[in-house]
Design a protein around this ligand. Structure first.
Ligand code: HEM
Ligand SMILES: [Cu+2]
Length: 558
């Protein structure tokens, strides 16, 4: 193990940005808004999901501010309900679901498998427009006065009792859902049909496998959410009796439909992040991912098992004891492939030459925090424990450990890892390491106290609480403030690096992926000639040979 770095930047005295790249191929706003280039669409997504991340973050800040004191002194209770609803909806549907797939996936998937673009470039652009339309409807419901159903739209609250903007928001989710379906479809077809010669399934980087598994979930799960939302809208608008018991409906049916999507959806959110972690860990330990095949199949297994556990969100909702028991047992199943990944990453690092670059710091954060998130999921999946813990802050802490400690760390790992490829520039090293550390500290200070306060009995979704919970809540709000700073930093220095960052060159990390063998930033057509793949993923010996040959050529010419 060594603390040295493997960054190999070109000599900065002579370094040059490539003359032609996807960034300067065409000019003007319209050339971006009408582009069919997967790389430009990835960048459009990056801008838009970052925007929505900060909208969602603002609501998180307001929630934490209200919870600083036990008294309900900042806003009225129904305003508070609108805050956590908007926070959840924006973060889940407009940030986490598209996050890695729509940005890094869009940009990298075709390059990683040696293709010129996705299978359906124009549908890819359509996906972005649908996403933006969903975003605009969400903002509209906010400006019109907000919505207070919670992100789960639970009936009969959403259909009968609330007079806020449920339909506007439901429309937003419905539209954004189609964006996700089309992205998934595009990825699946691309992986099946567009791989370069020699790029067999088991030579694909694990990032592609995880995108593939997440895409299956997007295509198979999201329509169920769409149907649930349409039924909800019909019931709210016309009073048809799907969920209303007075008319022969069943309110639990809504929860079954909702969670049939929303449990798999948590894997739509986390699987692409796991793909990022595999790439980062391999590169910064300079080893092939241990148990490549097991890690690849574990993604598909997570996608499959993810469909069998939805009712663990409904243990106390009046489902029969027998079905609760079955779902409790099945829930244990879904932890197995997650654990397979964790163990294999650990074995990859064992005896590797680890370097502690910024993406690797985030990857370490991911592994530790995701493990805590996953293990507390097992607690919650155990029937007896769940009755005590459900609807408390323990659940809030659980899912923030997986989604923020896990997915957001993976997203940031990926953004730093591929930033040189996306932009051709490096980010400032020490500042980025500082941000990673600040994020880690802020995260733990925010969410560890929530496990405790939840276990002690503080329910979620209330704007006032008994005074004995205040110390833990103050800690949590302090942590959120630090976390906020941790997220602002990358915005500032990544923006700065666009102009002033060191020129990155093709392969600053000496990584093996195809994307690192082409120029940074890439050409619009990615490859000048179709690559032919003759080696496995993560073959560092192949890379060494290749670099030796290239050096010889350079000295020969010179
Ligand atoms: C290791 C596997 C996991 C297990 C066994 C597990 C188990 C559970 C259980 C049993 C609940 C219900 C708790 C309750 O409401 O009483 C729950 C809630 C939740 N989990 Fe997980 N989970 C796992 C991984 C994940 C992942 C990877 C994510 C997201 C990326 C996630 C996100 C959520 C969310 C968002 C909720 C709460 C939904 C809500 O009520 O608003 N979980 N989890
Ligand atoms: Cu679940």
């Amino acid at each position: 193990m060594s603390a040295t770095t493997i960054v190999s930047l070109p000599d900065q005295a002579t370094a040059q940005m490539p003359k032609r790249s996807y960034l300067n191929n065409e000019h003007g706003l319209l050339s971006w808004l009408l582009t069919a280039d997967h790389k430009r669409i990835g960048m459009l997504y990056l801008l838009s999901i970052t925007f929505f991340f900060f909208i969602g973050g603002a609501f998180a800040g307001l929630i934490r501010l209200e919870l600083l004191t036990p008294q309900p002194d900042l806003v009225a209770s129904d305003t508070y309900n609108k805050f956590f609803t908007m926070h959840g909806i924006v973060m889940i549907f407009l940030f986490l679901v598209p996050s890695v797939p729509a940005t890094l996936g869009n940009f990298l998937l075709p390059i990683m498998i040696g293709a010129k673009d996705l299978a359906f470039p124009k549908i890819n652009l359509l996906s972005w427009y649908l996403y933006m339309a969903g975003g605009i409807f969400t903002l509209a419901s906010l400006v019109l006065g907000g919505v207070d159903t919670g992100w789960t739209f639970t009936t009969p609250l959403s259909t009968h009792y609330l007079n806020t903007h449920v339909l506007t928001t439901a429309t937003a989710i419905f539209i954004a859902g189609f964006s996700s379906i089309f992205t998934g479809l595009n990825f699946i077809v691309t992986i099946h049909r567009m791989r370069a010669p020699g790029m067999t399934w088991f030579r694909m980087p694990l990032f592609c496998w995880s995108q593939y598994a997440a895409s299956l979930l997007m295509v198979l799960g999201t329509p169920v959410l769409a149907i649930a939302i349409v039924l909800l809208a019909l019931e709210r608008l016309f009073g048809i009796g799907v969920f209303d018991p007075a008319k022969g409906g069943d309110p639990l049916l809504f929860q079954h439909l909702f969670w049939f999507y929303s449990h798999p959806a948590v894997y739509i959110m986390i699987l692409p992040g796991m793909g990022v972690i595999s790439e980062v860990i391999s590169t910064f330990t300079r080893k092939r991912v241990f148990g490549y095949t097991a890690v690849a199949f574990s993604s598909v297994a997570i996608a499959l098992f993810g469909f069998f556990v939805w009712a663990h969100h409904m243990f106390i909702m009046g489902v029969s004891n027998y079905s609760a028991l079955v779902f409790s047992l099945l829930t244990m199943l879904v932890a197995v492939p997650s654990a397979i990944k964790i163990f294999n990453w650990a074995f990859t690092m064992q005896k590797g030459s680890i370097t502690f670059e910024t993406p690797m710091l985030y990857a370490f954060g991911f592994i530790g925090l995701f493990t805590i998130g996953g293990l507390t999921g097992i607690f919650l999946g155990s029937l007896g424990m769940d009755v005590h813990l459900t609807e408390t802050y323990f659940v809030v802490a659980h899912f923030h450990f997986v989604m923020v400690g896990g997915m957001l760390m993976a997203f940031l790992a990926g953004i730093h890892f591929w930033w040189p490829k996306l932009t051709g520039r490096m980010y400032p090293e020490s500042l980025s390491k500082l941000a990673a550390v600040v994020t880690f500290i802020g995260f733990n200070l925010t969410f560890l106290p929530q496990f405790v306060v939840g276990y002690l009995g503080m329910p979620r979704r209330y704007h006032a609480y008994p005074a004995e919970y205040q110390v833990l809540n103050v800690l949590s709000t302090a942590g959120a403030t630090i976390l906020g700073v941790g997220y602002m930093l990358p915005i500032l220095y990544l923006g700065w690096s666009l102009k002033y960052g060191a020129i990155a060159g093709n392969n600053p990390w000496q990584a093996t992926g195809l994307e690192w063998q082409i120029q940074s930033p890439p050409l619009t057509e990615n490859f000048l000639e179709t690559p032919i793949i003759t080696h496995e993923a993560y073959d560092y010996e192949w890379l060494e040979e290749k670099m030796k040959l290239e050096k010889q050529e350079v000295t020969h010419v010179g």
